[in-house]
Design a protein around this ligand. Structure first.
Ligand SMILES: CC(C)(COP(=O)(O)OP(=O)(O)OC[C@H]1O[C@@H](n2cnc3c(N)ncnc32)[C@H](O)[C@@H]1OP(=O)(O)O)[C@@H](O)C(=O)NCCC(=O)NCCS
Length: 155
């Protein structure tokens, strides 16, 4: 049976993480329908309170999640799994890591999902998130609505 090890990554500014960040960037470019440009990616990395989780199999990165700490919230900015590993709970494990190992004093986990991102909507629904609000025309590139999805962490 495959085993996945999940570990929290450090802030992306540190040079020694470049290899893994580069890998994350490549995954993002290859799997996302709306990939971050290198500039978006660097802007994300330069923000304070921005972190990466990676999922590993045989020491290779097979998925990642990037999140920000916004006050009492974890805000998930991106989550992606390599195609060969889909539907094997890789993304779920990354979110569970936030829910169960790192919740600290945070009250909730929040994300904004595009209306076209059905897999992500199913994923967050599966994980117990509920859709709270619709942000009309939220995404500038396509004019799509965004669904704010939220999960309340136990206190
Ligand atoms: C969305 C995404 C991250 C899901 O990753 P994943 O590792 O395959 O998801 P999991 O295996 O952890 O899914 C857990 C559950 O979520 C639901 N789910 C996930 N993807 C689904 C899909 N494509 N269709 C239906 N349900 C899905 C299912 O209930 C699944 O459990 P099951 O397989 O036992 O039915 C992946 O499809 C992906 O990388 N997509 C491209 C990038 C993207 O759209 N990211 C989200 C926006 S940033």
């Amino acid at each position: 049976m495959d085993t996945y090890s999940i570990r929290q990554k450090w802030e992306t500014r540190t040079a020694r993480n470049y290899g893994e960040l580069d890998e994350i960037y490549k995954i993002e470019q290859s799997v996302s329908e709306h990939p971050w440009s290198w500039k978006d990616f660097c802007n994300n990395n330069n923000q304070r309170n921005c972190f990466y989780l990676v999922a590993l199999h045989n020491k290779n990165i097979i998925g990642f999640l990037t999140y920000e700490i916004r006050g009492k919230l974890f805000f998930i900015r991106k989550v992606a799994t390599k195609p060969d590993y889909r539907r094997r709970r890789v993304a779920a494990c990354l979110v569970w890591k936030l829910m169960f190992d790192m919740n600290g004093r945070r009250e909730a986990i929040c994300t904004i999902v595009r209306e076209s991102e059905l897999s992500a909507q199913f994923l967050f629904k599966f994980l117990g998130f509920s859709a709270k609000h619709i942000l009309h025309n939220h995404f500038q590139d396509t004019g799509e609505d965004g669904y704010i999805m939220e999960y309340h962490l136990p206190s």
